[in-house]
Every structure is written in structure tokens, then in C-alpha cells.
Design a protein around this ligand. Structure first.
Ligand SMILES: NC(=O)c1ccc[n+]([C@@H]2O[C@H](COP(=O)([O-])OP(=O)(O)OC[C@H]3O[C@@H](n4cnc5c(N)ncnc54)[C@H](O)[C@@H]3O)[C@@H](O)[C@H]2O)c1
Ligand SMILES: CCCCC/C=C\C=C\[C@H](O)C/C=C\C/C=C\CCCC(=O)O
Length: 212
């Protein structure tokens, strides 16, 4: 994989831990400069310290903010631009899977991705003085398949996939210099699955399994 990432200046949401943290590590290892945001101030600061020691403090910055707070997200994006000079790659990664907190889940997993995409779009578009760039939105295998275990989460991840693929169809993408990608990872052992409450929310679905 070495040398495959040409993008240098990255802004990523949800980078304190889990898959987001491993993406940050990968970008830094390839010589990139990364700003990552997260709602978790303690873990975010520890991650920033770890990567600053490994890759240099001028190459990584953590911003505590909640992706569902529009004005804070805009402020964080500007802070990222100030640190990086320009954002070449935006990764909308932060998400949650708590089915009974369905409004929060939609707000973070879908509205947050749309907001992050449009912030990056306005910054990158070449017709308004930007340098172009790439926007990667993190969906899931749950964005490709349906499941009764997590209907709200699946809906948000399918929305992220459709939104991103639809934007990529626009006739002016080449002229604006913006590329889009959507990732649909399978299962990984992170907190989003460790903290899963669907077995409580949908306990009736597991009764036969628990009885056996
Ligand atoms: N782990 C998996 O099996 C899996 C599979 C497919 C896709 N994904 C996706 O990968 C992405 C990363 O998930 P993960 O597995 O690393 O989970 P994770 O829970 O370990 O990481 C999510 C990160 O987002 C942060 N976050 C939560 N709410 C936030 C908010 N409101 N504002 C800012 N940050 C917030 C958390 O603090 C955490 O650091 C998500 O989009 C998830 O849907 C995960
Ligand atoms: C299609 C399964 C959807 C399950 C939805 C619940 C949680 C999803 C969370 C993560 O985003 C993805 C993690 C696990 C997905 C679970 C199984 C993958 C099955 C893969 C396959 O069927 O080939």
C-alpha cells in the first residue's frame, strides 16, 4: 500500500478511535497532514498525542466538536483549513448505531455527512477558487443490504451511499475538480458494534437463539 495515497491534507470526522483512527494513522504514515474531529475530547486528545509523537506535531491536529452541531462543524472546518492551508480530502466517518436514539442516529449518520460533504464541496470547487479534491463518505455493508436488526442505521447508511453516488453523477464534477467515493466496510471489532443495543431493543428477535 505504500505510496498509494497522493492526497496530503485530510480532514476526517470521528477519528479519535476505531476505524477513523486507523484511517488517520494510514494517512499520516503515507506522509499526509491530518486534522480529525471527534465528540470524545479525552480519547481525541490521547490519539492526537500518540500521533504527534509518532509523526510530528505539525502534521496532526485534533478538534473536539459534535458533527450534529452545524455551526460547530463549520467552525471546525475553518480551523482545519487554517491548519492545513487547504483540505484536499474530506472523510465523513463519524457515525453511531443506537436504534432507540433514532433522531440522533439520523442527524449524525446522514445530516452530518451531507453537511460535511457540502462544506468540503464549497471549499474545493475550482470554479470558486478552490483547488479541487476528494470527498469520501463512510457507509457500510448495511448501506447495501437490509436488516431487521438495525433498520434506522441501515436507512442512514443507504442514504449516505445514494447521496454520494448521486452527487458523483453531476455533469460538472470534472469542471469543479471534485471526486467522490463511498466505502461500505464489513464488520470490524470497534465500539459501534461492542456497544450495540439492538439485542435489548430487538430482544424478541433473539429469544429462540437465547433459549437454544
Ligand atoms: N465497525 C464496523 O463494523 C463498521 C462496519 C461498517 C461501517 N462502519 C462505519 O465506520 C465508521 C466508523 O465506525 P467505527 O466502527 O470506527 O465506530 P467507533 O464507534 O469506534 O467510532 C466512531 C467515532 O465517532 C465519534 N463520534 C460519535 N458521535 C459523534 C458526534 N456526534 N460527533 C463527532 N464524533 C462522533 C466517536 O466518539 C468515535 O470516535 C462509521 O461510519 C461506521 O458506521 C463500521
Ligand atoms: C447486512 C447486515 C446489516 C447489519 C446491520 C447491523 C449493523 C451493522 C454495522 C456495521 O456497519 C457493519 C457491521 C456488521 C455487519 C454485519 C454483518 C455483515 C454481513 C456480511 C455479509 O452478509 O456478507
Amino acid at each position: 500500500m505504500s505510496g498509494t495515497i497522493k492526497t496530503k491534507n485530510v480532514f476526517l470526522t470521528g477519528g479519535a478511535q476505531g476505524l477513523g483512527k486507523s484511517y488517520v494513522d494510514g494517512f499520516l504514515a503515507e506522509g499526509g497532514k491530518v486534522v480529525f474531529g471527534d465528540i470524545n475530547a479525552t480519547v481525541g486528545a490521547a490519539t492526537e498525542k500518540e500521533f504527534a509523537e509518532k509523526y510530528g506535531k505539525d502534521n496532526v491536529k485534533f478538534i473536539e466538536f459534535d458533527v450534529t452541531d452545524g455551526p460547530k462543524f463549520e467552525e471546525a472546518f475553518q480551523t482545519a483549513v487554517d491548519f492545513l492551508d487547504s483540505v484536499d480530502l474530506m472523510v465523513n466517518n463519524a457515525a453511531m448505531m443506537v436504534e432507540n436514539l433514532w433522531e440522533n442516529t439520523i442527524s449524525l449518520n446522514y445530516t452530518g455527512v451531507v453537511r460535511g460533504t457540502f462544506l468540503a464541496y464549497e471549499h474545493m470547487r475550482k470554479d470558486k477558487g478552490g483547488k479541487g479534491g476528494r470527498i469520501i463518505n463512510i457507509s457500510s455493508v448495511a448501506g447495501l443490504r437490509n436488516s431487521e436488526l438495525a433498520p434506522v442505521y441501515c436507512g442512514t447508511k443507504q442514504a449516505v451511499r445514494s447521496f454520494t453516488s448521486s452527487l458523483a453523477m453531476a455533469p460538472d464534477v470534472k469542471q469543479l475538480g471534485i471526486e467522490y467515493a463511498v466505502l461500505c466496510p464489513g464488520a470490524a471489532d470497534t465500539d459501534i458494534l461492542r456497544n450495540l443495543n439492538t439485542r435489548i431493543r430487538y430482544a424478541h428477535l433473539f429469544q429462540a437463539e437465547m433459549a437454544s
